[in-house]
Design a binder for this molecule. Sequence first.
Ligand code: NAD
Ligand code: GLY
Length: 357
Amino acid sequence: MPTLTVELGERSYPLYIQAGILNDAGFLLSEIKASHVIIVSNTVVAPLYLSEVEQKLLASGKRVNSIIVKDGEQEKTLATFERVLSELLSLPASRDACLIALGGGVIGDLTGFVAACYQRGIDFVQIPTTLLSQVDSSVGGKTAVNHPLGKNMIGAFYQPKAVYIDTTTLRTLDKREFSAGMAEVIKYGIIYDAEFLAWLNNNTQAILSKQDDALSKMIARCCEIKAEIVAQDERESGLRALLNLGHTFGHAIEAEQGYGTWLHGEAVSAGMVLALQLANMRGDISLAQVSEISDLLQAFDLPTSGPASMKAADYIKHMRRDKKVLNNQMRFILPKRIGKAELVNDVTEAELEQLLN
Ligand code: NAD
Ligand code: GLY
């Protein structure tokens, strides 16, 4: 039985969340009906997990190929996209083949976009192996590659056929990457579920020591929230934008510092505290709540303020280019109370200067 389902009519799909699921052929084969499967992974993840997935599929008589790209965000380009398409054509893979994205958000976004475009769309399945990809990017169907002029600027909404989340893959993940994923986890509590935030506070040690039960429960709640939001607003015409809490400030930090200097989750962490402080200035969130959430972020080794060198003008120049800018008006996701957020379009530059200087 799937842990949960993303309800999108005929494009609905199951999510399986369980420790050790990659070693359970029954699960993998339950949703992958194609006789030809192509696994897309990278040079870091493939040595860790490719052979166990490959073996299960081969043992069931499927034709299996793999395409390995180099590691890193800098590979999420049109050039890599074209290379993967060329490899699919030369195999050849036909329209009834199925792709598997085995890796973090970079592999998931790239493979999803290849699946959306190859012969006008073929099936794909997500096996996310970073915390960020398990709680966020593998669910919801946003796929993309980067353009030199902007991140995720070329892509499509294209839903996978299934998502398999094996929490044991997080044991090999770098500590800093794990923490970065925790920023997105805490985000769900702030925007949607105060009780979940309290649960995170009470289970910090179990999560940090990567206890399977705690991880499965935590990831399942994040996916459940994301699935509920995506089911109501697949193409981000409103509600889905709430998932961008802290991202407007965070993107400014990432861009100003040079992509890769701060991990995305680290920048989102500092950005969420700025959003909470802005909400406090507007009378919505108490200082005690700001410091309670800052403490939780710090418990996971996450930053709670931006770089000391960044002044208001440095943030504002990047924020003007944010995807949420509409009719020249910057828009922010701000918590109204803990567990509820809203899209706000009346933040003035004077308020931002007061907050950021
Ligand atoms: P990533 O895919 O670069 O993975 C981080 C690092 O961890 C990489 O070096 C990777 O090779 C390595 N890794 C992956 N799994 C591992 C494992 N189990 N053990 C050891 N190492 C492992 O980064 P990410 O944080 O997973 O994803 C970031 C990407 O996701 C960005 O491109 C971002 O734009 C995208 N994203 C997409 C969405 C969406 O909705 N589609 C949402 C958020 C982020
Ligand atoms: N990560 C934001 C979204 O999927 O909408």
